[in-house]
Design a protein around this ligand. Sequence first.
Ligand code: G3I
Length: 348
Amino acid sequence: PTLKDAFAGKFYIGTALNIPQILGRDSASLKVVKNQFDAIVAENCMKSGHLEPQEGFFDFSTADKFVQFGLDNHLFVTGHTLIWHSQAPRWFFTDSLGHDVSRDVMIARMKNYISTVVGHFKGKVKGWDVVNEAVLDDGSLRKSKFYQIIGPDFIKLAFEFAHEADPNAELYYNDYSMANPQKREGVIRMVKELQSEGVRIDGIGMQGHIGLTHPDIDEFEKSLEAFASLGVQINISELDLSVLPNPDFHTGANVSDNFKYDKKLNPYAEALPDSVAKAFNQRCLDFFNLFLKHQDVIERVTLWGVNDGQSWKNNWPVRGRTDYPLLFDRNNLPKPVVKEIIDAAMNY
Ligand code: G3I
């Protein structure tokens, strides 16, 4: 059995596709996608900078191919992501002089963007990450340009515009560090507020950018349970398991450029030590067992790429790292854990 066979009837098992894959330049990893997965999400090609690089100029060429691949192969297609501070092009927020636009202009631009994009893929993209990463680790809302110009209700407006554009699409809120208790509370507050205002929100995406020791799996489970008790589905999104030291942006540990090409930054560049491979294996199983335990509320588990060579983790937070965070190695061969995950699912 493959991964998708093993999880059939439990949850979708998906992967992100990058642009070279979508353009057909990586047939080896696409073969793995077709064999193993039944859901896809676009790693980059549906971000606003790709879809509307200039105001009024939409480019759906790559995203159309991505969606068509999903339809051709009967995969659940998720759109990622409509409103994200990090990848929105500058024109979104500024006038021709480079000044911030007014709240009304900003709302009109956001509405036009969401209606055009969601409308374009109506009926084909089954679910959207409507708002991405709007809550900070302390639980307050991120003071992004969307927040500064529109105010906190940019979130509600984004969901409403998406719902108007495709009333049948599922709508999600997606974020990282969700095991953090303060962030958990912040997300719960935000979702409850949307619900009390009658705004449609179907799911919460818990990004799974995890490491060998972080986050605490019990805290992750607490968040999963707390989110599910709001009556929304859970998507485990963007799953990858870094084996490298975790960059800590509060203390600066493992973040600095000084680590470039240093053994410390790139400790496994030649070969992954057995002990690390074992730790990876166990940690993967722990998380997949947790997902199996909560299969009644989990709708989808999505890896953030097929093979280690494709992972953004190789170059974050500085270039030159070599990481091993995915289920397939750089030759698209399944790691030993794949069989163990399949066995765990079949025997559950
Ligand atoms: O395509 C260009 C290429 O032409 C150029 O030569 C190269 C030089 O740096 O850049 C390439 O684009 C990069 C792209 O990834 C493809 O590799 C962008 O600079 C880079 O910013 C982009 O990073 C993506 C990042 O989001 C920002 O959009 C990562 O691939 C992607 O994995 C990452 O995904 C995010 C989720 O969307 C949201 N949650 C966090 C997650 C990780 O940051």
